[in-house]
Design a binder for this molecule. Sequence first.
Ligand code: AQP
Length: 328
Amino acid sequence: MKTVLSGIQPSGSLTIGNYIGAMKNFVALQEDYNSYFMVVDLHAITVAQEPAALREASESVAALYLAAGLDPAKANIFLQSHVPQHAELGWIMTTLVAMGELERMTQFKDKSEGKDSVGAGLFVYPALMAADILLYNADLVPVGDDQKQHLELTRDLAGRFNHRFGEYFTVPEPFIPKVGARIMSLDDGTKKMSKSNPNAGSFIALLDPPDVIRKKLSRATTDSGREVMYDPQNKPEISNLMSIYSQFSGLSLDEITAKYEGQMYGGFKKELAEVVVAGLEPLQQRYHDIRESGEVHQVLRQGAENAQAAAEKTLIAVKERMGFLPAQ
Ligand code: AQP
């Protein structure tokens, strides 16, 4: 059976972008793959996190995984920091990656832009991400479009290791959805929706109450013009709202275009809000039940135990190939 792996950072409240671009696909893929889905807390600390907020967000992301439909009987669900092999292989990957490769990463450029001081962790983040994937010899990595470049680098590092130390790592393939791989910000159709955006009006969080969702969508920026028409080049903002509509309703973009032909943006946005509210309601209900039950802790314990067993095997093989003297 092939292996799938992915993760989401507990660096804020998960957005519908994280859901559409990543989580929704995790749920579908667990049916046919040996699955590892992590809460990547070691990645989250590459930008400053307040300890209480990190703790809360880590548990919350794990509960959202379950609420969205990840099943611990089918998938290993765990926190990255509970499996120390990630940090160890991460260091090894840091020694294989070149500074120039890391300097080319657009996410690093975006996240460090305009900052007086940038942590070295943010710079070497892609080496840790490579380790996450290679530890389990994942065949497939479901991610949104923004992670494509990091995945390319992972593929290069797997090939580099195999070339220098002998074939060992599987070279992973990205799994990027055709529609919804880059949900854009509600206040700027040229920027990706991000959970750490300080303007909460720029994203819809999966746990936003219905009235907040309605307000955010009614205020969402729209392009000039009035036609509800899918044209990401010339009408990025209305096209983005149409992608969201499509993802939550199951209607195709053509069907949505036909449905709103001749109508104004206002009516479309109102109905979109109801589609999103209805789509999120069952997930929110399940989330609150899961948090109340406390079941997350047992799921994370079992997930970490399984993950550690697989990760340790890889690490032993990697260290042996690289010439580390085994502990006797
Ligand atoms: N706007 C988006 N559209 C589609 N997919 C998205 N993803 C993120 N934003 C969008 C996908 O969600 C997964 C988890 O992302 P992450 O937590 O590892 O960090 P990120 O990619 O940097 O996402 P955010 O929300 O922008 O987080 P912050 O603000 O903390 O940096 C990934 O598969 C990602 O592609």
